[in-house]
Design a protein around this ligand. Sequence first.
Ligand code: ADP
Ligand code: MG
Length: 497
Amino acid sequence: MPRPPAPAAKPPPAAPEPARVNGTSSDAGSLPSDTKIEEAPKKPKRAAKPVSVPPPPSAKASQDADMLAMAQKSEEYYELKRSVFDALIDTIDLAQLAQLDTKSAGEEIKDIVAEIITIKNVVLSTIEQDQLVEDICNDVLGYGPLEPLLARDDIADIMVNGADRCFIEVGGRIQLTPIRFRDNAQLMNICQRIVSQIGRRVDESSPICDARLLDGSRVNVIAPPLSIDGPALTIRKFKKDKLTLENLVNFDSITPEGAKVLSIIGNCRCNVLISGGTGSGKTTLLNCLTAYIEADERVVTCEDAAELQLQQPHVVRLETRPPNLEGKGEITMRDLVKNCLRMRPERIIVGEVRGSEAFDLLQAMNTGHDGSMGTLHANSPREALSRLESMITMGGYNLPSKTIREMICGSIDVIVQAARLRDGSRRITHITEVIGTEGEVIITQDLMVFDIQGEDESGRVIGRHKSTGIARPAFWDRARYFGRDQELAEALDAAAD
Ligand SMILES: Nc1ncnc2c1ncn2[C@@H]1O[C@H](COP(=O)(O)OP(=O)(O)O)[C@@H](O)[C@H]1O
Ligand SMILES: [Mg+2]
């Protein structure tokens, strides 16, 4: 886990020194920060009645006991950590600490924390003490309580809703974690530290910020006053090992035959739109499909935050840029797509189509850039088509809807629909062809669909992928041109059984 440089100028706890010149620094009651006011009464209450911490109200019945135990443990632990932390920042000069490299700084902190613990007469096992030192190092030098979550590879998303609530998504399910921040000021500090690494700023005057961690994870911060209960931080973790179509088959997201059809679609240069909700696996699927692009094709990718990992040698990656603090210098997706047409691409890959660039992408698809692909936010192939249409209408093109629809039909060959079902599993629910227009209506034909039959006792969705029995899809000639018709026929045939 790459650590950010230690904050030289802004120590995380923002402790005004003069307030405690004469105070006993170890007493949590003397906490000076105004953001901690509501914490103050807890201490006497806890002393009188040790089990007064209520479980998180939203916790499900099955998790209640666990969460209660964890919450109680963390309550004491955080109290201890807070007081040790305060004593620590009274003792050391954070600016000086920032001059040291991470390892020496860590050693320094470790020594001082050991001393503080001895002075305070706290009994801790070696393991507990190591844990405490690590947490404090993370607070001072890294991303604080987020560090252990960032280090885990099995987490897809981290969602922090203010200092007291942190959720993660593991294996498609959202769970509440016992991770907490000291207060919203600490959380805000960490957010600031994350975004300042790429030269952005987040505070009351610019409370919305997109950023990226050094490891490629995508970050969004929205701060008060816009987010009412403290800063909301969302991290979509970057997966080093991208999923492949084989993985998706193993996860039952698609059948082997379906995967075969998708690989042929990717290979024989169909223009593809991948549709799905947030986190449904669109980008993953797009990445999978790009694996079937031939090595000699020139590919240009346009993304808001580079996520795709194309393995081909001839790839140019482009990324949009938000406006700077003065509101200038923005480079939109549309700018990129337009520019990319002048780069002699063979295929254009657009990470997410969400605005007027839809028009330029369709035009590109229409004018010799076969095999272009993009993702779009919609819940069904039909909805994807109407979203595309409204993006073009809203982009200010004064075209009759019949023309727009014809343009869509002339450009898009296949829509692949991804979905995150209610049990957390991700499936490819449709492989649908766009075959033409009849009057003003776009005609589509499903090649494969996921048919939901119900759910079992544990809430898992039962269903199966089935072929709709179409033996000759509209892209058949294309497949034949690329010599893949035989395989396509076999895959569709096998799926029909
Ligand atoms: N079929 C799948 N099975 C399990 N996990 C998946 C699947 N597809 C994607 N994921 C995981 O889900 C998360 C979100 O996927 P992503 O492709 O970024 O979604 P989207 O682009 O639709 O927002 C990622 O962590 C990814 O690894
Ligand atoms: Mg995505």
